[in-house]
Write a protein that binds this ligand. Structure first.
Ligand SMILES: NC(=O)c1ccc[n+]([C@@H]2O[C@H](COP(=O)([O-])OP(=O)(O)OC[C@H]3O[C@@H](n4cnc5c(N)ncnc54)[C@H](O)[C@@H]3O)[C@@H](O)[C@H]2O)c1
Length: 451
């Protein structure tokens, strides 16, 4: 199938490259000319394992990037909209979606053949049919259903494992205004013969995506609340959750007596808060949407509230334990390992809190320091700390080490810290370590050591 993808971010680029790898002819469009040049030059603008190899395998044959949306739409049978949908002041900001839809509609005006436009971005229920569809009709002067199809095809990939996620989908959701649209959208994924396909309406597809993200975010906040409470009552949340997870509805027992430990249980582990470009903004958007609709949504509001508190609660023992002026090393800027994405990372709250408390802060991350510097500039004077790409150097003379991202490179921290004098306080925001591995340790959901 000939496909155009609008937006070359994490979703647009990964989807475009993977669909080309699977045999489709794909042109990705972006308004960022520098990004387009990098892609066409064979340089992947985002860090995602396996993506550069896959991209260079199809570049120039079945895949290319362009700033010319018109050409891309005219030369394709279907367009996926994968632009950003940030949370604005009070609700989801649909500005990028609206301008992409308008530009696509203007092209449909002069296109003779049937074309399907599908929203891949995460949008609140109703957006595809009440915002995108009218813009397409107005800009094209044509009728949805008769002249072109409109649909919604949410994306479930996770950053850091985006390529394997896209190539091994657990489900495909295709919501369309009519059967013809859904058929065309399904064709795009027909190679996945073993995968469940949900054929539905655009609004249901939109709601499936929000519900999935909100459920996972709520599980994390629930676990954090229980973790904070466990620590306060002197028990370790890890043991608590092990006991809870043995419920056969979480860990089913197979006929041969073995247990299945679903990976969803990783969302039921306490940590220093969720971040990234999806969970925070998606839960905020759904909660705001519920409020606007007059539907009470205290669980969504609570999940957000706990998440806002969690980074501060996590670093409070560090701030209490040290004198102002002490050196503190923060390990990890990315919101999770294997990505350079720092959007809404707990680090963006933890670093300013430590700087405000008067500490000399050094921030380490294997790949996300450039992104961290530009994001931190929105929260504080970004030069009020040291950025250090060398892990050993970042730990030098640290009075406390605050682990925020569970990068594999940090697993050897106990060995790296063993000979430091005096022994630093290690604050473990991801419960990566056994408490006994360090002379001085505090961990999320773990009781404070008695001194
Ligand atoms: N990042 C994820 O893990 C993930 C997963 C699932 C769904 N989503 C959703 O997918 C959407 C995109 O997310 P992302 O992380 O890829 O965003 P992103 O910010 O990384 O990328 C968006 C891209 O769209 C481009 N763009 C904006 N307006 C444009 C226009 N009019 N024409 C062409 N290009 C334009 C931007 O320049 C940018 O490169 C969002 O709705 C997000 O919620 C993201």
């Amino acid at each position: 199938m000939k496909l155009s993808v609008i937006g070359t971010g994490y979703v647009g680029l990964v989807s475009g490259v993977c669909l080309a790898h699977l045999g489709h002819e794909v042109q990705c469009v972006d308004i960022d000319a520098a990004k387009v040049d990098r892609i066409n030059g064979g340089e992947c603008p985002i860090h995602e394992d396996g993506l550069p190899e896959l991209m260079n395998g199809v570049l120039g044959t079945r895949f290319s990037a362009t700033t010319d949306l018109g050409e891309a739409v005219q030369n394709s049978e279907m367009t996926l909209i994968a632009v950003g949908t940030p949370f604005g002041e009070e609700r989801i900001d649909l500005g990028q979606i609206e301008s992409a839809a308008r530009a696509i509609g203007e092209q449909l005006a002069t296109k003779d053949s049937y074309h399907v436009v599908a929203v891949k971005s995460t949008v609140v229920p109703g957006t595809t049919e009440t915002v995108v569809l009218p813009i397409l009709e107005e800009a094209s002067g044509k009728k949805a259903g008769a002249d072109f199809g409109v649909g919604m095809n949410p994306e479930f990939l996770r950053e850091g494992v985006a390529v394997p996620d896209f190539l091994n989908p657990d489900r495909i959701v295709v919501g369309g205004i009519d059967e013809r649209t859904v058929d065309v959208m399904s064709q795009l994924y027909s190679i996945f013969t073993e995968t469940d396909v949900v054929r539905t309406t655009p609004s249901t597809a939109e709601m499936i995506k929000y519900t999935a993200n909100s459920l996972l975010a709520t599980l994390i906040s629930f676990s954090n609340e229980i973790g904070n409470l466990s620590a306060a009552v002197g028990v370790d949340v890890t043991e608590v959750m092990e006991g809870v997870h043995l419920d056969h509805r979480f860990s089913p027992i197979l006929e041969d007596g073995t247990r299945v430990r679903p990976s969803s249980l990783t969302y039921l582990e306490a940590g220093c808060g969720f971040g990234g470009s999806c969970f925070p903004k998606d839960v905020m958007a759904l909660e705001a949407h519920a409020r606007a609709a007059g539907v009470p949504a205290p669980i969504l509001a609570g999940a957000l509230e706990i998440n806002a508190l969690q980074p501060g609660l996590f670093v409070a023992p560090v701030i209490d334990a040290l004198e102002p002026g002490a050196s503190v090393t923060v390990l990890g800027a990315a919101f999770k390992p294997n990505t350079d994405d720092v959007r809404e990372s707990p680090t963006l709250r933890i670093v300013p809190a430590l700087v405000d408390a008067g500490f000399k802060v050094t921030l380490h991350d294997p790949i996300a320091l450039d992104n961290a510097r530009s994001e931190l500039a929105q929260h504080m004077n970004a030069d009020d700390l040291e950025y250090q790409a060398d892990l050993d150097a970042s730990l030098k003379s640290a009075a406390a080490i605050v682990v925020v991202t569970s990068w594999d490179a940090y697993r050897t921290l106990p060995d790296m810290v063993a000979n430091m004098q005096p022994q630093p306080l290690v604050a473990d925001g991801r419960r990566m370590f056994e408490p006994g591995k360090f002379a001085r340790y505090v961990g999320v959901g773990r009781p404070l050591a008695k001194s």
